[in-house]
Design a protein around this ligand. Structure first.
Ligand code: ADP
Ligand code: MG
Length: 172
């Protein structure tokens, strides 16, 4: 699979893989991509991880290493991103999860200006179990995830650590 993205380096080792065996899942896992390229990037990801894990009806299943990546299609001079992928189990609906993660972005002072502008925190839903949807507010699986190395590398890492197959992303 060909992904966009230049050099990226692993900054931290994954410390978050939980001990629950896959057979213990009562819900299908969902995956979030977390990224930050403004402020204290590592702290932003760490605090965001805690806030996601604390959402109602939600628990963390795994958290990847943090990767430092060069921005893709971003305004000239944008700082490098710190990126990670988090697997969760949740019984929030897809839209409830989107709204909850957007509320967390807002808590970090996320300002939406031009596309791909530097941001304190971006949380994208990569997939939600095997749900397929395409609405103006939410597309699942995420339509560009499979093109982004900063998504696929940490996703492959967490899936491998849990013996899960990397989900197939439909081509756009
Ligand atoms: P991007 O993540 O593409 O850089 P934003 O974070 O500003 O840009 O998201 C733009 C919009 O994308 C959001 O307002 C949200 O409604 C929509 N969106 C559609 N599908 C998804 C998804 N799978 N995960 C997160 N946001 C999504
Ligand atoms: Mg986003």
């Amino acid at each position: 699979m060909k992904t966009e993205g230049k050099r990226q380096k692993k900054l931290t080792r994954s410390g978050g893989v939980q001990s629950h065996p896959v057979s213990a899942f009562c819900l299908q896992p969902s995956a979030l991509s977390l990224g930050s390229n403004l402020g204290d990037r590592l702290e932003n990801l760490t605090l965001a991880r805690g806030k996601v894990a604390a959402l109602p009806q939600t628990r963390e299943v795994a958290f990847s290493s943090v990767y430092e990546t060069e921005p893709v299609d971003a305004p000239e001079g944008s700082p490098n991103f710190f990126n990670a992928v988090m697997l969760i189990e949740t019984s929030l609906s897809p839209l409830e999860l989107l709204r909850a993660t957007q509320a967390i972005e807002n808590e970090f002072g996320r300002v939406r200006s031009v596309p791909n502008a530097p941001r304190t925190l971006d949380i994208d839903i990569l997939f939600y179990g095997d749900v397929l949807m395409n609405t103006p507010e939410l597309t699942l699986p995420h339509p560009r995830a499979h093109l982004r190395r900063f998504v696929m590398e940490p996703l492959a890492e967490v899936c491998k650590s849990l013996n899960l197959q990397i989900p197939k992303f439909p081509n756009p």
